[in-house]
Design a protein around this ligand. Sequence first.
Ligand SMILES: [Zn+2]
Ligand SMILES: [Zn+2]
Ligand SMILES: [Zn+2]
Length: 90
Amino acid sequence: MPSPDACEHIGAIKTITHPQRHVCEECVKINAQWVHLRTCQSCGTTLCCDRSPNHHATAHARASGHPVIASAERGERWLYCYPDDAFVEY
Ligand SMILES: [Zn+2]
Ligand SMILES: [Zn+2]
Ligand SMILES: [Zn+2]
């Protein structure tokens, strides 16, 4: 489990939400490419990272106010909180 001291948002996460499918849900609609995938821990949407051309995960966090994403990449086990700029491995 992630460290509860990272921030209140990460501390509130009891179960990590993993991606249902390994695709960016927005990129597939517009036929775009992505680099890495992140899963929103508030709503479970899987979107692309900031190295991808469309930055869907960050755009979603800004638009929705959902604070925490998890890496959806196999072998990566971390969470990131946007408002607190907090990164934790689990
Ligand atoms: Zn936070
Ligand atoms: Zn995308
Ligand atoms: Zn969300």
